[in-house]
Design a protein around this ligand. Sequence first.
Ligand code: SF4
Length: 450
Amino acid sequence: MGDSTPIKYKPYNRSSIKKAPQWERIPHDLREAVDVVSHVLPFRTNQYVLDELIDWERIPDDPIYRLNFPHQSMLDPDDFATLRDLLRSGDKQQLAKQIHVVRSRMNPHPAGQLTHNVPELDGEVVPGIQHKYAQTVLFFPSAGQTCHAYCTFCFRWPQFVGEEDLHFAARDAAGLAAYLKRHPEVTDVLITGGDPMIMRTANLERYLEPLLVPELDHIQNIRIGTKAVGYWPQRFVSDVDADDLLRLFERVVGAGKHLALMGHYNHPAELRPAIAQDALRRITATGAVVRMQSPVLRHINDDPAAWHELWTTGVKLGAIPYYMFVERDTGARSYFELPLAEAYDIFRTAYAGVSGLSRTVRGPSMSAFPGKVLIDGTPTIRGEKVFALQLLQARRGGLVRQPFYAKFDPAATWFDQLEPAFGESKFLFEEEPSAADSSVLGKPLDLVGA
Ligand code: SF4
């Protein structure tokens, strides 16, 4: 047990936040913005975040406040004004219509998620699964499709807004296990959401146990994406079933799997409370590994010093810096986005200041349609300034880590704004695939959408 007094999880939504002790500290115009924007983008926070992570002397600029509380500029100004006026008028029908219109414009499923990564088994779609890269299957358990608090930048926001055609999830692991038995090329399962750690331990166990059977020996690595390490570290320390959870981790590790908690840490403030540090120590003591990842976000962590503190504190506590992502092209993107050149400079400055043990981190990386595109530099080659790029993951596996180049564009914020350099008409993944491109270690890929 940690040294913190156990507290009970207390969430707040758009209505109940008005009862939170800190609500009165938010100026009137900011409160109205919370109300208007949270009709489009999901809003949820909890008492631990309010008490321990937000510095109320610094709102609205405090990074965790920005990370949790919707802000007027997260919507297009015209959309904001229209929604605000509809809310004031009380016309619920028009309001619902307008909310749907605004959401549809916010690219709810970037990178072909609903159309290109959805696998089939015997001609039927397997619910709650995405299979984009040969080795890795993503699994979305239905009981894990919420989070202890919501991030305002969330690229999975459609999972939380209750529009049926915008989300996907699986009720049990039977379809997943059946699919994996037919796919020996898969070595990694990423259980994600939302946050699977929102589930009680007994529930999580129902999803994990089927992966431990001998027929699935080819599943070497089980990853669990979680933000609980930042938003509710009590999950691993003082919740009633926290110890059961750690025993479950030990069983998974004991069954010969590598268990990795993919910890979403957006800011070093999330690692400062004693209980957050305690959570990390308890998780790693089970044999599980914690890897740290986050997008680089305007208003939140667009500062090399924040990344420096995050990576070095994480390493000291036993976590492994893994990814700096570029904010995805969805949701309130324009509020958070940074030019790619600036994201690269932040990464490089932070990276240059840490020891080799923190340099396990990769980035900045874009999860785009062809794969995970790494920005590897902005050199001048043969008189042309370019972005040096590589695919860290690729739909066509043979293209992984092959360097390619785009014209330098100081304003570009996402991959689709880039053009091939050196007068080329196509990027290498747009060329006709060769046999080598679509195979890994000589084995053909058998992927839907590959
Ligand atoms: S924790 Fe992850 S899934 Fe949950 S709201 Fe934040 S970004 Fe979205």
